[in-house]
Design a protein around this ligand. Structure first.
Ligand SMILES: [Zn+2]
Ligand SMILES: [Zn+2]
Length: 333
């Protein structure tokens, strides 16, 4: 990425592998919806940068004094590189780090054949989990983190506003925890065909048909969707804000009143928890995938070989057709 809206295919030198780092040969990279503004409109921290933060691959090299056992292993990668010094890092709440680096936005990422990452950020993929699923560890962990923060419980109703991949994954997690009913709410009827086949999850576009919900997770980031999430929460319900804000968020007074009068529990969520091999959102995601409790592959709507990365980006940018996860394969066809 040479500048905003200037993405080029180039041969670049292979990344260096300092002490404590590893080189991963990338096998699959998902396109995140955050990549679209990053690449086409908003840009990133410096140029040139290689985007791509949802990926999996095989370790080809580790830096000095790291465990050589990693070489040849299939891995997923936690893209956030924490400072490990700030108060939040000291409590192992790395997702709240004040001074983090990030693979694929602040530093070079995985729209490339090779990427350098710290060994600490590597997590091994179980044999029965595919590279495609492993490239979705990150968004699945973000979705799980949200579900936990929203107080989702078995037998309680959940609505997700927004039909992006993470929103749909939130619905899958809520379902796997026993929430019932689970709705994904969108405006676009064509999304129905992506969501209807998912077991236990219903699609709705007309809010007037619905009862109020125990938990509402907002996964759009617009003032309209945020107002809607407050409207459809039941008294003493939970509303969780997850969608990245599209701009300033202004609420009508009548909507704001409802937060007070319904005594809503309103919270935010950010990123996911990760602590190497220790228990975290990431280890839970991997276990759930390995045991077949959730199915990541059914969230992949499109696959492109690496030569067609631009076609995948353009499909999402222009909303050419309904999509969920757009996945790029780095293997030779
Ligand atoms: Zn992402
Ligand atoms: Zn930190």
């Amino acid at each position: 990425m040479e500048a905003v809206n200037d993405l080029q295919y180039k041969d670049v030198p292979e990344p260096k592998c300092p002490e404590g780092w590893a080189i991963v040969q990338v096998k699959a990279t998902g396109i995140c919806s955050s990549d679209i503004p990053r690449i086409f409109t908003k840009g990133t921290y410096h140029f040139p940068t290689i985007p791509g933060h949802e990926f999996s691959g095989v370790v080809t090299q580790v830096g000095q004094s790291s465990d050589e056992e990693w070489v040849g292993k299939r891995v997923g990668v936690f893209p956030l590189i924490p400072c490990k010094r700030c108060p939040q890092c000291e409590q192992k709440k790395y997702e709240l780090c004040e001074n983090y680096d990030y693979t694929g936005s602040r530093r070079d990422g995985a729209f490339a054949e090779y990427v350098a990452v710290p060994v600490w950020n590597l997590i091994e993929i179980p044999e029965n989990v595919s590279f495609h699923s492993a490239a979705m560890f990150e968004p699945l962990a973000v979705a799980l983190h949200a579900v936990k923060r929203a107080g989702v419980q078995a037998g309680k109703s959940v609505a997700v506003i927004g039909t992006g991949m993470i929103g749909i994954a939130v619905a899958q997690w809520a379902r796997s925890l026993g929430a019932d009913p689970v709705y994904v709410i969108g405006r676009n009827e064509v999304k129905r065909k992506l969501i209807d086949p998912l077991p236990g999850i219903s699609y709705a576009s007309d809010l007037t048909e619905l009862q109020a919900f125990d938990t509402v997770i907002e996964a759009v980031g617009t003032p309209e969707a945020i107002a809607e999430s407050i409207e459809i929460a039941m008294p003493e319900g939970h509303v969780l804000f997850m969608g990245n804000p599209s701009g300033d968020i202004l609420l009508e007074q009548a909507v704001y009143w409802k937060i007070l009068r319904k005594q809503l529990h309103v919270a935010g969520t950010w990123n996911s928890s990760y602590d190497g091999r220790n228990a975290s959102d990431w280890t839970e995601v991997i276990e759930a995938l390995s045991k077949g409790k959730i199915n990541a592959e059914e969230l992949i709507s499109h696959r492109f070989p690496k030569e067609q990365l631009f076609a995948g980006l353009e499909l999402m940018r222009a909303h050419k057709e309904p999509y969920c996860k757009v996945m790029i394969d780095w293997e030779e066809a």
